[in-house]
Each structure stands twice: as C-alpha cells, then as structure tokens.
Write a protein that binds this ligand. Structure first.
Ligand SMILES: *Cc1c(COP(=O)(O)O)cnc(C)c1O
Length: 352
C-alpha cells in the first residue's frame, strides 16, 4: 500500500492506482476522504495508532475502511466502540522497534513496548477477524538490517503471545537516493525481509504487507526556484523552510540541484547555502548545495527529489509559495529504479 502522507497529490494517487497500487495507508479523516473521493475503489487502511473516535466511525461506516492499527488497549476499545463491535476488522498491533538505521526516527512516539504486547495481541485477537502485526523502522532506512531486527521483535512477540497472526506489515522506511545518502539497492531490502518472513511462526496463508511512502514518490517531483539575491556563498531563493524545503531546513537534508540557464554556465561548482523568502533566520537551508560559481540573482535552480515530504509540507506563511505545477516527462535527478550502471550515471548527475 502507499502511505498517503508522503505526497497526497491527487495526480500522483491516480498514477499509483493506474500502476496497480490498490491499498492506501491513511492517517487522518482528511486523507480518508481524499483517497475515497479520488480513488473510489481503493482499499483504505487506517494505520495511525492514535485516532479520533469520530474518524474511525466515519472511515468504517462511510468509506468502507476495515483495517486499523493500534498500540494500546485504549485504542482497541475506541475502535470496537466506534465500529459498534464490528466482526469484519483487520486489526494491526503496532510494535515499537528501533530507528537506529534510519535518518528520521519514528521510534519514540508509537508502538507497544515488549512488556505490553502479549496482552494487547491477545485482546486484539478476540476483537479481530484478521490479526496483524505492524511496525515502522523510521524513514529513509539506510540498511536492510533495520527490517531483520524489527522482524526479530515480531517473532518474539508472536511466540510470547501464542496467537495466530494473519498479516505482517513491515511498514514504510524504504529509502530513496539523495546527495551523500546512497542506500543499497531495494532488492537487498526485499531479500532480507523475505528471509526473516520465512522464519516467522505464522500460518501458511498469512500475508506480507508493506506501506512505503517516500520510496514510491521521492522521484516524482522537482521544485524550480529563482535566486532573488546573492551574498557571497549564500543564495536567497523564493522557497524555503515553510515551503517545500522543510526537510532541507529543519533536518539538514540535502537535495540534488542544477542551474537552469541557457547557454549553460561553464564556471566550476562551489558550495552554497540557501535562505528562504520569509523574514526569519530559521528559513535557512545549510546544504551544501553545489552550483556554478557565477550564479546570480535572476537565475533559476532545479531542486530535485522533492516528491516525498516536499509539497506535502508547504504552508502559505508570509504569503510566499506558488501553486504553479507543470507536468514533465524527463528522468528524475536520481533514481532507485534504474539498473546498476544507469544508477551510476544518474548519481553522477547529483554529484558533478
Ligand atoms: C510515515 C509513515 C509511512 C511511510 O513512511 P516512509 O518512510 O515515507 O516510507 C508508513 N506507515 C506509517 C504508519 C507512517 O507513519
């Protein structure tokens, strides 16, 4: 399934649907309604472990959602109450797992702790038609080991609770390629997960699920910005921390960049940082971003790999930002979906 929060663009949802993705991981009533409206035949899975009761009820009764995640007895009681004791639920118990291999942790907030999982799995089993176990290793997991470690937690939990499990959901966290962050090929992740899956004490008919966000949409879009001013090695651009560059500002994420100028500059590259357009110092992207040394006000820059958590995070703070979207068909600035040699070429584009 696709984790909608990474990029809720209706155009993208339609592309994913046309490419064969039938299940959607939604986390709020807004996402439930969006997917329901955009893809009326899609299967919704409400995978946020802390939900509003009225959101559960509307998802279940008005939008046909039957799959819910939970990490506490209170949430289980909420789901049972809001669905009026429904007998057709798939309930996924979220386990707390380490985020050690990931660039963005999801480890502190959600997930049942080892001491609580036995009772919770047992209670969920009573209420569920199908019982699942899910986890999230954190976003941009740079090693497949993140998944084998988490699957070991799953194995312990199943053995301890001695319940029949119908679904294992390995969550999101599958990486994309960014400057300075080149993960192993996705095949390595799939092999690791399959190996761990084969050793689990689950029934022959159990299903293996995943809910990637980033890996399915990071390559989907670029942002074109204009340089409004240059001060030494600092470029003042017209998007930033409150726009599509939230991750570049707040967690120092680097994205591939290229100058869009004709004729092309033949100056050598140097390192720049960016200031966004709002009036405060927080609106700063440290980079470094490598661009030709003769870049100046009026130049345009393509910032690539912003399909995941880029436009999804935009605000209209201070009146900045643009809604102009242009559909293009050229290759993304980096890709995890090319063969090894093509990948080397694509990564050259990033680092040149
Ligand atoms: C954010 C999220 C995802 C997607 O994570 P990625 O790192 O983008 O793959 C999947 N499942 C849940 C429950 C999430 O919160």
């Amino acid at each position: 399934m696709y984790a909608v929060k990474a990029n809720p663009s209706p155009d993208l949802l339609q592309i994913l649907w046309d490419s064969g993705i039938t299940h959607y991981d939604v986390a709020s009533l807004g996402e439930v309604r969006l997917v329901s409206r955009t893809l009326p035949d899609a299967t919704l899975c409400f995978m946020h472990p802390v939900k509003a009761e009225e959101a559960i009820a509307e998802a279940y009764f008005d939008h046909g959602c039957r799959t819910f995640s939970l990490d506490s007895i209170e949430e289980l009681e909420k789901i049972v109450r809001a669905t009026e004791g429904a007998s057709d639920l798939t309930l996924c118990v979220r386990l707390r797992v380490s985020s050690d291999h990931s660039k963005l942790s999801l480890a502190s907030k959600f997930g049942a702790m080892p001491g609580d999982t036995k009772q919770l799995l047992f209670a969920a089993r009573q209420a569920a038609d199908a019982l699942g176990i899910c986890f999230h290793v954190g976003s941009q997991a740079m090693s497949p080991e993140a998944y084998s470690n988490a699957m070991e937690r799953v194995r312990e939990a199943i053995v301890e609770a001695a319940v029949t499990v119908d679904v294992i959901d390995v969550g999101g966290g599958f990486p994309s390629a960014y400057p300075g962050m080149e993960p192993p090929a996705l095949e390595n992740y799939f092999e690791t997960i399959h190996r761990a899956w084969e050793s689990l004490p689950i029934s022959y008919s159990a299903e293996l699920w995943a809910e990637p966000g980033r890996a399915l949409c990071a390559e989907y879009s670029s942002l074109i910005v204009r340089v409004e001013k240059r001060r030494g090695d600092e470029l003042y651009i017209n998007d930033g921390a409150y726009g599509a560059l939230f991750d570049a500002a707040h967690i120092g994420w680097r994205f591939p960049v290229q100058l869009l100028r004709e004729p092309d500059s033949n100056a050598r590259d140097m390192e720049f940082s960016f200031y966004g357009p709002t009036c405060d110092d927080l609106d700063h992207m440290a980079g470094p971003f490598e661009l030709p040394a003769d870049i100046r006000a009026g130049d345009y820059i393509e910032i690539g790999m912003l399909g995941a958590y880029g436009s999804a995070m935009r605000t209209a703070f201070n009146g900045f930002g643009s809604d102009e979207t242009v559909i293009v068909t050229d290759e993304p600035m980096a890709s995890l979906y090319l063969a090894e040699d093509e990948r080397r070429e694509a990564s050259n584009v990033v680092t040149l």
